[in-house]
Design a protein around this ligand. Structure first.
Ligand SMILES: C[S@@+](CC[C@H](N)C(=O)[O-])C[C@H]1O[C@@H](n2cnc3c(N)ncnc32)[C@H](O)[C@@H]1O
Length: 240
């Protein structure tokens, strides 16, 4: 996914211009409650171009991580002074821990398989402080996914036209999104194709991956954007 994503990374924010990151962060901050007077640390895993971090950094000391270096270039421009790590969420070690670790906008789906889901949750949970919270916004469950449906997004600016069209498909427990982009600029028009494959996990599979790391799980069916939200709280006592 990294190399295909990187081709379109420059247009990612335009494609998702309608997504209200600030409102989602407001909901997340309300869910996480106040830090009892203490400013908390937060790692956003698969942070992409850093749009959640842009708002999260008002309330937390933040760092970001993503497998795509091009997306992190944009994240750095948007969030000067914030530390970003190029790493794979299924296997990373930053040598420090955080009060909150997030993985938002269904990025967890890119792990594709249950084994890799468990590996990603293991890596993220290993970066939690005692009493820390893991927050995972899931992709669709097998029952929610609607294969053989057609979708399109259009960008219409004076010097940039994009049509992104895809037919959503399914292969076993993988959802397949083959995104066809027609990108028109004053230099010319090109056709790019990106294949995204995301694993379809059941609610109980997500819960058991988080519980398997010893975290106490809460599942909120609505979450930040209607896709649901898993919270996994680590036991123990924070140093005071
Ligand atoms: C849908 S985007 C979400 C980005 C960001 N969280 C947001 O809300 O805009 C999915 C992100 O997951 C990242 N990603 C995919 N596989 C990854 C992996 N194995 N490790 C880390 N990041 C990954 C992609 O590079 C991409 O930035």
């Amino acid at each position: 996914m990294a190399e295909t994503y990187s081709k379109m990374a420059q247009y990612y924010d335009k494609i998702y211009a309608e997504k209200d990151y600030a409102a989602e962060v407001e909901r997340l901050v309300a869910i996480l409650g106040d830090g009892r007077g203490r400013r908390r640390s937060l790692l956003d895993v698969a942070c992409g171009t850093g749009r959640h971090l842009e708002s999260l950094r008002d309330s937390f000391d933040v760092e970001g991580l993503d497998i795509c270096a091009e997306a992190l270039d944009d994240a750095r421009k948007r969030n000067p002074g914030v530390v970003f790590h190029v790493a794979d969420m299924t296997n990373f070690d930053l040598g420090r821990t955080f009060d909150v670790v997030t993985c938002l906008f269904s990025s967890i789906g890119y792990v594709k398989t249950l084994d890799r889901l468990r590996a990603a949750v293991r890596s993220m949970a290993a970066h939690l402080n005692p009493e820390g919270v893991l927050v995972v916004e899931p992709w669709f469950t097998p029952g929610e996914w609607r294969p053989n449906t057609v979708h399109a997004v259009y960008i219409d600016e004076p010097e940039l036209k994009i049509a992104r069209v895809n037919t959503s498909l399914v292969e076993g427990r993988l959802s397949i999104l083959e995104m066809h982009y027609l990108v028109g600029t004053p230099e010319g028009t090109e056709h790019l194709v990106e294949r995204h494959e995301l694993g379809l996990f059941e609610v109980d599979e997500m819960i058991s991956a988080v519980e398997g790391e010893g975290l106490v799980v809460t599942y909120d069916r609505e979450g930040l954007s209607g896709r649901g939200l898993y919270l996994g709280r680590k036991a123990g006592r924070r140093g005071r």
